[in-house]
Ligand binder design. Structure first.
Ligand code: ARG
Length: 366
C-alpha cells in the first residue's frame, strides 16, 4: 500500500509536488471575469493569443530550474500534460474563444489531507484546465488506495455569475481600493466560485481570501463540505486586484507569517493569530519596481516562496531583500531563477501544487 497524497499545510516537509508547464500558453481573450482584472494601463489589455514561443521556452527553463532543485533534495516532482490551449471551448452555458495554460497549478488543485480537489475557478478560460492534471490524478488513484480524487461543483459561469460593467475603463486606483474595502467584487453570489490559490491551509483551519476570484458562497460551501474544519474568510483592503492569497499572506512555519505591507490583514481578522501567539511580520520589499513583460501579477511575487520544511525555503534568485529577510527569520534560503516564469501566472508557490508533505492535521488555533 503506497501513500502518495497527503498535505495539511504549506510548511511541513515536502516530499512530492506538481510543477506546472508553460507549453501552449495563451493570453486569454477578455471575458466577464477577466476584463475586470487586466489593469487598464496593462500592455496586455485587448491582446490575446498564443504567447511568443521564446517566452514559453524561457518559462519552461525556469520551471526546470525549480524541478532540479527539488529533485536534488529528494522531492518527487510530477508534471501536468498540457493541452492545446488555444482552442475555443463551449458548454451549454457559455462559449469562450480560448483556454489559457496549465500554469499555475496552485490555482486549480487544492490538497487537503489525502484529497486533491479541482477548484471551481471563476474564469471561463480556465474551465477545462483541470484536464491537464487528470493523468496524474488517475495515477495517484491507481497507486494510492486512500487517495480521494474530487471535483468541486462546477460553476455554470453564465452571465449571471458576473457583475457587468463592473470595470469601467476610467475607474481609478482609489475607486478600486474602495471596492475592495467594501468587498464589492466582479463575481456575484449565484453559485460558489473559487480558485485554489485563495485557500491557505493551516491544519484544521482554512483561511480563504474573499476577492475577485473567490466569492462568499464559496466560504459557505467550504464550511459545509468540511464541517470539522474552521473556515475563515479573510480580505486585504490594500489590494486593488485581490486575486490569490500567496503574494499577500504567506506562512513560513507554525507561528510565523509574512504579510504584504501594502495589504495588511485588518485588525479584527488578526485577533485569532495574536490570540495563538502567531507573529505576522511585514514582508521585505521586492527587488524590482516592475513585473516582467506580459505578466498579470504584481512585483509582490517576491514573497511567493516555496517552503520545503519549517527551516528551508526556496526564494526567487533576484529577490535579494526577501532572501535577506528569510535568513534573518532563521530560514535556510535556496535561490531559484524563476522570474521569467512569472508571466505564466506566478512565482514559486503558485507554480506548484502539493502532493505529499509529512505531518498530520494539527490544530494551530486551539
Ligand atoms: N495577486 C497576486 C499579486 O499580483 C499574485 C498571486 C499569484 N498567485 C497565484 N497563485 N497565481 O500580487
Amino acid at each position: 500500500m503506497t501513500k502518495i497524497v497527503s498535505s495539511w499545510n504549506d510548511w511541513d516537509p515536502l516530499k512530492r509536488v506538481i510543477v506546472g508547464r508553460c507549453d501552449n500558453s495563451v493570453i486569454p481573450p477578455e471575458e466577464p471575469a477577466t476584463s475586470e482584472k487586466v489593469p487598464v494601463d496593462s500592455e496586455m489589455r485587448g491582446m490575446w493569443g498564443l504567447r511568443p514561443l521564446e517566452t514559453v521556452e524561457r518559462g519552461n527553463e525556469c520551471l526546470e530550474n525549480l524541478v532540479k532543485i527539488l529533485e536534488d533534495r529528494g522531492v518527487i516532482v510530477d508534471r501536468p500534460t498540457p493541452l492545446q490551449w488555444n482552442q475555443a471551448i463551449g458548454t451549454p452555458d457559455f462559449r469562450n474563444d480560448s483556454m489559457m495554460t496549465c500554469m499555475p497549478p496552485r490555482d486549480i488543485l487544492l490538497t487537503v489531507g489525502n484529497e486533491i480537489m479541482a477548484a471551481a475557478n471563476s474564469f471561463r478560460c480556465r474551465y477545462f484546465e483541470y484536464l491537464a492534471y487528470w493523468p496524474l490524478m488517475e495515477q495517484y488513484f491507481e497507486e494510492d488506495p486512500e487517495f480521494k480524487w474530487t471535483q468541486a461543483p462546477r460553476p455554470r459561469l453564465t452571465d449571471k455569475s458576473y457583475k457587468h460593467n463592473y470595470y469601467d475603463e476610467k475607474i481609478t486606483l482609489e475607486e478600486r481600493l474602495v471596492r475592495t474595502a467594501n468587498k464589492d467584487f466582479v463575481t456575484t453570489e449565484v453559485e460558489p466560485m473559487w480558485d485554489a490559490a485563495d485557500v491557505m491551509r493551516m491544519g484544521k483551519d482554512l483561511f480563504i481570501q474573499h476577492g475577485l476570484t473567490t466569492n462568499r458562497a464559496a466560504m459557505d460551501w467550504f464550511q459545509r463540505y468540511y464541517p470539522d474544519f474552521r473556515v475563515h474568510a479573510v480580505n486585504f483592503p490594500g489590494d486593488p486586484y485581490p486575486i490569490h492569497i500567496d503574494a499577500t499572506f504567506v506562512p513560513l512555519r507554525p507561528g510565523l507569517i509574512i504579510n504584504n505591507p501594502h495589504r495588511p490583514l485588518p485588525e479584527e481578522q488578526r485577533a485569532i493569530f495574536e490570540a495563538n501567539d502567531w507573529q505576522i511580520v511585514e514582508a521585505a520589499q521586492p527587488a524590482h519596481t516592475e513585473p516582467p513583460a506580459l505578466c498579470y501579477s504584481s512585483v509582490w511575487l517576491s514573497m511567493n516562496c516555496l517552503v520545503l520544511d519549517p527551516k528551508t525555503v526556496i526564494v526567487e534568485a533576484s529577490e535579494v531583500y526577501q532572501q535577506e529577510q528569510m535568513d534573518k527569520l532563521g530560514m535556510n534560503v535556496i535561490p531559484c531563477d524563476l522570474r521569467d516564469a512569472y508571466p505564466f501566472g506566478g512565482g514559486l508557490h503558485c507554480s506548484t501544487a502539493d502532493v505529499y508533505r509529512e505531518g498530520d492535521c494539527l490544530d494551530y488555533f486551539p
